[in-house]
Design a binder for this molecule. Structure first.
Ligand code: NAD
Ligand code: ZN
Length: 254
């Protein structure tokens, strides 16, 4: 088994020889920016709620204000967070390869805020909204979100009067078709895929490294813990994204 440093060097070597690179990121990518993953206990106002019971359309229709207020709180967490050095490292990588795409399961928009230019948001984004019935889209400036502490009723859709909900993929929902098609395409045609901060348990996103691996890509995993995917990857870097990514990109630049 390689040491962490040997894995970092092997990852840098793979990137040096690559043209098309994909970074497939999950909630662990945002951990060091202070955004909790789903599987960690919730804190503060929402400590007693199970995220899996809030992130469904059923929960929203049963108690729209509760779910809308939870999203207002999460949006405030994200607004106060800053992308860490791992995000910046992925942006630097754009200048080292001919195509660099981020495919993220995260809804926090931190890749965009860090300056990444090609980002596929597989699970939607907290700063976009749609009508729960007619699916009319709304941008965040039409949707008041408060400071994350008060209870908030979702505003009504101006087309049909139903409630406005966050444009994120809830449990049991399909991925946005355009995002899925684009993600599957780049996964099947990349030379290297870095799988960062995901437990690789949530499907269909967890198919991405399998698609890339089957097409011959080198798979690099960056995660402080081994996952179900680890036995199938080429290079496992056991460590935190905010530390390991800058090391890999710096070594690839050298
Ligand atoms: P997950 O919670 O299932 O897994 C997180 C993974 O990150 C774990 O394997 C963990 O070991 C790893 N991790 C923890 N700290 C890390 C670090 N510093 N660096 C690298 N890895 C680290 O997350 P998931 O696989 O993304 O699935 C959860 C679902 O919840 C996704 O569908 C996502 O849309 C949603 N979600 C999104 C956010 C967000 O937008 N930031 C936050 C919570 C949940
Ligand atoms: Zn509507």
């Amino acid at each position: 088994m390689r040491t962490v440093d040997e894995s970092v060097q092997a990852a840098a070597e793979a990137l040096r020889g690559a043209q098309r690179v994909v970074a497939a990121t999950g909630a662990g990518m945002s951990r060091e920016s202070g955004i909790p993953t789903f599987r960690e206990a919730q804190t503060g106002l929402w400590a007693q709620f199970d995220p899996e019971a809030l992130a469904t359309e059923h929960a929203f229709r049963q108690d729209p204000a509760r779910v809308f207020s939870w999203y207002a709180w999460r949006r405030k967490l994200v607004a106060d967070a800053k992308p860490h050095a791992g995000y910046t490292a992925l942006v630097t990588l754009e200048s080292l390869v001919s195509q660099m795409t981020v495919i993220t399961q995260n809804v926090d928009g931190l890749h965009r805020r860090a300056g990444a230019t090609d980002v596929i948001e597989l699970h939607g984004a907290l700063d976009r909204f749609i009508c729960v019935d007619c699916r009319h889209p709304f941008l965040s400036d039409c949707v008041p979100m408060g400071d994350g502490t008060a209870s908030l009723e979702p505003p009504p859709c101006e087309q049909c009067g139903a409630a406005i909900r966050p444009a994120v993929v809830w449990f049991g929902e399909a991925l946005p078709e355009a995002a899925q098609t684009a993600a599957w395409h780049v996964a099947a045609s990349c030379d290297v895929m870095m799988v960062i901060g995901t437990s690789s348990l949530v499907y269909p996103a967890a198919y991405l490294p399998r698609i890339a691996g089957d097409a011959g890509a080198t798979i690099i995993e960056i995660n402080p813990e081994a996952t179900d995917l680890t036995p199938a990857v080429d290079i496992a870097c056991l460590g935190a994204a905010g530390t390991i990514l800058p090391q890999i990109i710096e070594a690839a630049e050298a």
